[in-house]
Design a protein around this ligand. Structure first.
Ligand code: F6P
Length: 323
């Protein structure tokens, strides 16, 4: 292994920079050349490369976003696009790719590896935490804390004005941010795609809360909730309880930004290091992850197809504690 390239792709996540830094410095330690690809797979197709060394990743461990920039490349989804990317790899003597991102990133990496025999290793970076083969993904902890802090602030208004707030948090298909930020901020109800929610259950929860003398409430809705959109849920609730003073708040991309938490910096450092170690061991088409505090490698195919289950205890805890 002489030369590797590192890229970030898909939605940015806090801690991606710490992962880039770990890849670059571990490679340097083992005397492997490292180049950075700017702009994800688009940059790979265009040959938008930059030589990376220990100093080019100074002062970035604490930065959100990704210094290499990211993209959701349409061209890389085509065979022509991937052919161009392969030619760039050949031209620049790239032996292997470290791809930091989520399931879209890994799907692209897997196809690319299978088509052209380029060695690839994935590092899970997404706030959604929806990747199998690691207990946590890079960015999730930071996003969770950002969501929790935002919900805490909204609670002040909910309490002061006796209001009901429907707060939508990110998670395209997953409810990890919703469930955990909901428990941490004392939400009355939490709606996530992994469990079957119904309007009747939601209304019953409101009724019980009212009987207990609750004067304000927060309901957390995962972006990927299938029952209805957050605005529709609020609308239906208003029709059922016309006296309620209801507001909707969509937290949005605030959850993707900001300085990574300590947990995310350490996680990213371990997985970035792990990616280079994995490549040195001759592994390819796998993802580096941390499970039960150990570095593990999971076939990329499993990382994409399998799913981390929502913890059933957490669901029950959320229900019992929401009084
Ligand atoms: O995958 C991370 C994520 O933030 C999801 O929670 C969300 O659905 C999506 O990305 C939004 O992507 P974009 O920033 O491209 O609109």
């Amino acid at each position: 292994l002489k030369k590797i390239a590192v890229l970030t792709s898909g939605g940015d996540a806090p801690g991606m920079n710490a992962a880039i830094r770990a890849v670059v410095r571990t490679a340097n330690y083992h005397k492997i050349d490292c180049i950075g690809v700017r702009g994800g797979y688009t940059g790979l197709i265009e040959g938008n490369f930059t030589k990376m060394g220990p100093r080019s990743v100074s002062n970035i461990i604490n930065l959100g976003g990704t210094i290499l920039r990211s993209a959701r490349s349409k061209e890389f989804r085509t065979e022509e696009g991937r052919q161009k990317a392969f030619e760039q790899c050949q031209k620049n003597g790239i032996d292997a790719l470290v791809c930091i991102g989520g399931d879209g990133t890994f799907t692209g990496a897997k196809i690319f590896a299978e088509e052209f025999g380029v060695k690839v290793i994935g590092v899970p970076g997404t706030i959604d935490n929806d990747i199998f083969g690691t207990d946590f993904t890079i960015g999730y902890d930071t996003a969770l804390n950002t969501a929790m802090e935002a919900i805490d602030k909204i609670r002040d208004t909910a309490t002061s004005h006796n209001r009901v707030f429907f707060i939508e948090v990110m998670g395209r298909d997953a409810g990890f941010i919703a469930l955990n930020s909901g428990i941490a901020s004392g939400a009355l109800d939490i709606l996530i795609p992994e469990k079957k929610d119904s309007l009747e259950d939601l209304f019953e929860t409101f009724e019980k809360a009212q009987k207990r003398g609750k004067t304000s409430s927060i309901v957390i809705v995962a972006e990927g909730e299938r029952l209805a959109s957050t605005y529709e849920l609020a609308e239906q609730t208003k029709q059922r309880f016309p006296d309620y003073d209801i507001r909707v708040s969509i937290l949005g991309h605030i959850q993707r930004g900001g300085a990574p938490s300590c947990a995310d910096r350490v996680l990213a450092s371990r997985m970035g290091y792990g990616a280079v170690v994995g490549l040195m061991k001759g592994l390819t088409n796998v993802m580096a992850g941390i499970r039960s505090n150990d570095l593990v490698f999971t076939p990329i195919e499993d990382a994409i197809k399998k799913h981390n289950e929502i913890n059933q205890d957490l669901l029950q805890i959320a229900e019992i504690l929401a009084m």
